[in-house]
Design a protein around this ligand. Structure first.
Ligand code: NAD
Length: 246
């Protein structure tokens, strides 16, 4: 389905990003596995993708820093010749009640989760416009739609990602570039593991399908949005949340 395509997946050394990188690799894409932390984990993902019969490289970059992002996209193009798919997945949480939230907790989350999407999108746009084709998939969150106490920074960023998705979809449509978002609910990863059992039990009660999602559930939605099957869909947000927000 994605034979000959090149995908850049940010924050791909673990969790949802890892599952997305592997799923796109399974469908035949060559994958740039972006990481900011552990190179060893990113290289494991690269090996797994190569084992599927396609190609991958690990590239370190901080999505919140313009120079770093531009160097990553340059390396992707010089290694594989194009960028057909960008998955803006990298994200962090710094939860706190608004009254207690420190300015650096706000800045860190906005810089990674929102500015990072802007910088990576901007960095691939020239190449995708030249190609007259591209797929940009932004990982938002259902809390970006519903709001969530204790996450003002994260919710502002994830709502911003939905707005940015619609705007870039409108700006880039004439060049055959689609831009969509995926809004996961509660997915079992390192990000949610750190929530205490009481919070997890409370979350579970709010999920009609009565289980937490797996990273592969999000990866399947991303794969659809990266494929030709979604060619007429742009500016949309798909909820992958077991029915939690509807
Ligand atoms: P995770 O913490 O397991 O993975 C996040 C990844 O992003 C890590 O690999 C981390 O190194 C990377 N990262 C963080 N800051 C970065 C930076 N500045 N530059 C490059 N990479 C950076 O979390 P996850 O659950 O896999 O989350 C992936 C995405 O899905 C995030 O955007 C998150 O907000 C979103 N999301 C997750 C859930 C969930 O329930 N897990 C729900 C909704 C949305």
């Amino acid at each position: 389905m994605l034979q000959g395509k090149v995908a850049v997946v940010t924050g791909a050394s673990r969790g949802i990003g890892r599952a997305v990188a592997i799923e796109l690799g399974k469908l035949g894409a060559k994958v740039v596995v972006n990481y900011s932390g552990s190179e060893a984990k990113a290289l494991e993902v690269v090996d797994e993708i190569k084992g599927l019969g396609t190609d991958a490289i690990a590239v370190q970059a901080n999505v919140a820093e313009s120079d770093s992002v531009q160097a990553m996209i340059k390396e992707a193009i010089s290694t594989f010749g194009s960028v057909d798919i960008l998955v803006n997945n990298a994200g962090i949480t710094r939860d706190n009640l608004l009254m207690r939230m420190k300015e650096d907790e706000w800045d860190d989350v906005i810089n990674t989760n929102l500015k990072g999407v802007f910088l990576c999108t901007k960095a691939v746009t020239r190449q995708m416009m030249k190609q007259r084709a591209g797929r940009i998939i932004n990982i938002s969150s259902i809390v970006g739609v519903s709001g969530n106490a204790g996450q003002a920074n994260y919710v502002a960023a994830k709502s911003g990602v939905i707005g940015l998705t619609k705007t870039t979809a409108k700006e880039l449509a004439s060049r055959n570039i689609t831009v969509n978002a995926v809004a996961p609910g509660f997915i079992a990863t390192d990000m949610t593991d750190k929530l205490n059992e009481e919070v997890q039990a409370e979350m579970l009660k709010q999920i009609p399908l009565a289980s937490f999602g797996q990273p592969e559930d999000v990866a399947n939605a991303v794969a659809f949005l990266a494929s030709d099957a979604s060619r007429y869909i742009t500016g949309q947000t798909i909820h992958v949340d077991g029915g939690m927000v509807m």
